[in-house]
Design a protein around this ligand. Structure first.
Ligand code: ZN
Ligand code: ZN
Length: 385
């Protein structure tokens, strides 16, 4: 027997309420201050985001309420939505703990200050246009005391542990996390806070090794294309790139890469070694068994690989290769607040070529995530208020 799809009176009432609040918001497009918090919420892991409406929080103490102008869509948001990272084989790292649902993803935020708590009044004013450093720590652990809030043991990272930027507003705990970005475009400033910062912090860790010859960047998607833009500024020479996607290789060559290789081509490893004699600085923006295998297969002695991609998989190598090759493999996630300020300063000085950015309305957050998952995005998608 086939039944009719029935909507309970409660859900119908909720839909009517959400429709009414959406209409009220759309009727006053310029008025985003302090009334409603409209979020593209993660309600259930593994399910599409859906719009929810709450009262806007009021900033207390040192807090600052920022109206979101732009929020970038990052590959890590897909893992957050899934609720796990793949660790190789059937193994998964569950990341559903420590987060109340509904939750707001989004950590690449640029916005406008709309209200400040009493202790923040001296450092932030309504109307300030700011990029928001999202990798906020507890302020008390050993990492935080060293200025590495991104490596905090009790993190409050926006869009990861605390509500982020797929919303009309975001609450920032202190004005020191706000960075002036004029005259940069707001979408570019937003993208600098994760993909840009990750690429910048990763390449900084390769600076000494990149002095020995060209660097190789593996994976030139969102973060990797930022790396390509930054490599010229940081290393003073064009990097090589490797990507399995022909379109991304082509885009990288057009953006100034010295050469592009397809790591899925069985002859690619020999071609890199023949062209370079072995590389000293490699950045793996993919982070899979295949990408790290390729990275470690093209090294000179004394080389370093920085891994910052999170695609997953497991990697094995002969332990003896560490001493024989004098090889370093270093992992990192994002960068510090000081590095974020350095990066914005570099970009404001015109030393970072903006990556291709496509802007989409905030209500398209789920569609943007699906495009990213399907590998359809070149550069970055940034949601707009
Ligand atoms: Zn990110
Ligand atoms: Zn901490």
């Amino acid at each position: 027997m086939r039944g009719k799809l029935r909507i309970s009176p409660r859900i119908a009432a909720l839909r009517a309420f959400m429709w009414a609040t959406t209409q009220a918001r759309d009727a006053t497009p310029g008025n985003r201050a302090m009334t409603q918090l409209v979020r593209q919420s993660l309600v259930t892991y593994g399910a599409p985001l859906c719009e929810t409406v709450d009262d806007c929080p009021e900033p207390r103490g040192s807090e600052v309420l920022v109206a979101v102008d732009r929020c970038g869509v990052c590959h890590s948001d897909l893992h957050m939505q899934d609720g796990y990272f793949r660790l190789g084989g059937d193994k998964r790292l569950d990341i559903t703990q420590g987060r109340a649902l509904p939750f707001t993803l989004g950590h690449e935020i640029a916005g406008t200050v709309v209200a400040v708590g009493p202790e923040a009044a001296a450092q932030a004013r309504p109307g300030d246009k700011v990029a928001v450093y999202p990798w906020i720590g507890c302020g008390a652990c050993a990492a935080c005391r060293l200025g590495e809030e991104n490596n905090c043991t009790a993190p409050r990272h926006l869009g990861v542990y605390v509500d982020g930027g797929y919303a009309s507003h975001v609450l920032v705990p202190h004005p020191r996390y706000l960075i002036d970005y004029a005259p940069l475009a707001p979408a570019f400033a937003a993208a600098l806070m994760c993909s840009g910062l990750t690429a910048y912090a990763a390449l900084r860790r390769l600076a000494g090794h990149a002095a020995r010859g060209p660097a190789l960047l593996i994976g030139v998607g969102g973060v990797g294309s930022m790396g390509l833009a930054l490599a010229h500024a940081l290393f003073g020479q064009a990097p090589l790139v490797a990507d399995i996607d022909a379109g991304k290789r082509q885009a990288a060559l057009a953006a100034g890469a010295a050469a592009a290789f397809d790591p899925a081509d069985p002859g690619a490893r020999k071609a890199v070694l023949a062209a370079t004699g072995g590389l000293s600085a490699v950045c793996d923006f993919v982070g899979s068994d295949a990408s790290l295998g390729f990275a470690t297969g093209v090294l000179a002695r004394g080389a370093k690989v920085v891994v910052t991609g999170l695609i997953g998989g497991s990697f094995t190598t002969a332990v003896a290769m560490f001493p024989i090759k004098a090889m370093t493999i270093e992992g990192m996630l994002t960068g510090t607040l000081a590095e974020a300020r350095e990066l914005i300063a570099l970009a404001r000085a015109g030393k970072v070529t903006p990556i291709p950015i496509r802007e989409r309305p905030m209500r398209d957050a789920q569609a943007a995530l699906e495009d990213l998952r399907a590998g359809k995005v070149v550069g970055r998608v940034v949601l707009t208020a």
